[in-house]
Design a protein around this ligand. Structure first.
Ligand code: PBG
Length: 325
């Protein structure tokens, strides 16, 4: 009885490439940037995310130049405002740091897809993603109007895609109707539909200075133990008008990504979050794993599981170095 000789197609590099099922290209990737209002020339290294910075506006444009030239096609912006308050007013200020950044970037690179992260946590002094009641509870419905206002101000500044990451119920519907009313019916919503309450966000909270000052996010972000609930969250966001769905984090949640891929026809995004990035960086700094190879393997796995778009802190660097071409 002849047995299966899988090695026949692994014999030479070209043969292997010919039968390769999943390939990464620059158009798969979205690079996140942290833009700080403090000083236009700032470049503050983020200790827990080697190679990533809080960038002032001028400095951000300087970073973008070679990345866009090399083929980076999409970015997502997170703002670090100079002042924070209870209602996160910096998120929806017409001249907020992200609104300024979007205007400057779109003026220079009209073709670059600029995604605006829509959330309040970087702008609230308590660090939560919504308004906090005297009881300490994060209020759902009163937060919706502020998120909608944030989305409209980002669209007005020129954002190509609105990406709510707050996990309030009903925010996609609220944002969709506010955008439509303001004349932005053509602007898509990429919903962080399936966002888990994950410890993998730790380094991001240092980067964005957005750690909750009390409690945690478990009353609005999802329990990592739940898979069926992910399908309900996704279905709800589709019904509310989402155009793209996101799963976050990525690598520890490939089963979720794959389940969404089977069930829904919308484009899917996955966010390889800060902690996933930092793990790879730390292990490679210790000489325990090869950074480039383990990162490419992770990104390939995320795409193979069903992601059309991958948000990753490796995007600009890998595209510039020709590692993803
Ligand atoms: C804002 C937001 C977070 C991330 C993206 N948008 C942080 C959080 O929910 O605490 C995490 C991204 C990352 O870890 O890279 N709500």
């Amino acid at each position: 009885m002849p047995f299966f000789r899988g090695r026949r197609l692994r014999r030479t590099p070209t043969l292997r490439q010919l039968v390769q099922e999943t390939r990464l290209c620059p158009l798969d990737l979205v690079q996140p940037y942290f833009v700080t209002e403090a000083d236009p020339a700032a470049q503050v290294p983020i200790a827990s995310m080697p190679g990533q910075f809080q960038l002032g506006l001028d400095r951000l444009l300087r970073h973008l130049e070679p990345a866009v030239d090399a083929g980076l096609a999409a970015i997502i912006l997170f703002g670090i405002p100079q002042a924070k308050d209870t209602s996160g007013s910096g998120a929806y200020a017409e001249n907020g740091i992200v609104q300024q950044a979007i205007r400057r970037i779109k003026e220079r690179w009209p073709q670059l897809v600029v995604i605006a992260d829509t959330c309040l946590c970087e702008y609230t002094n308590h660090g939560h993603c919504g308004l906090v009641l005297p009881s300490g509870e994060v209020a759902n419905d009163p937060t919706l109007a502020l998120l909608a206002r944030t989305a409209v101000s980002q669209a007005r500044a020129g954002a190509d895609v609105i990406a709510p990451s707050d996990m309030m119920d009903g925010r996609v519907a609220a944002i969709r109707s506010a955008l439509d009313e303001a004349g932005f019916s053509h602007i898509p919503i990429l919903s962080y539909a399936v966002k888990y309450a994950s410890t993998f966000y730790g380094p991001f909270r240092e980067a964005a200075e957005s750690a909750p000052q009390f409690g945690d996010r478990t009353s609005y972000q999802m329990d990592p133990a739940n898979k069926r609930e992910a399908l309900r969250e996704a279905a709800a966001d589709i019904a509310e008008g989402a155009d793209i769905l996101m799963v976050k984090p990525a690598l520890p949640y490939l089963d979720i990504l794959s389940a969404l891929r089977e069930r829904f026809d919308l484009p899917l995004a996955a966010y390889q979050v800060s902690g996933e990035y930092s793990q790879i960086k730390a292990a490679s700094q210790l000489g325990w794993m090869d950074e480039t190879r383990v990162a490419l393997e992770s990104l390939t796995a995320i795409k193979r599981a069903g992601a059309d778009l991958i948000f990753t802190y490796f995007a600009a660097d890998f595209i510039q170095r020709g590692l993803i071409a």
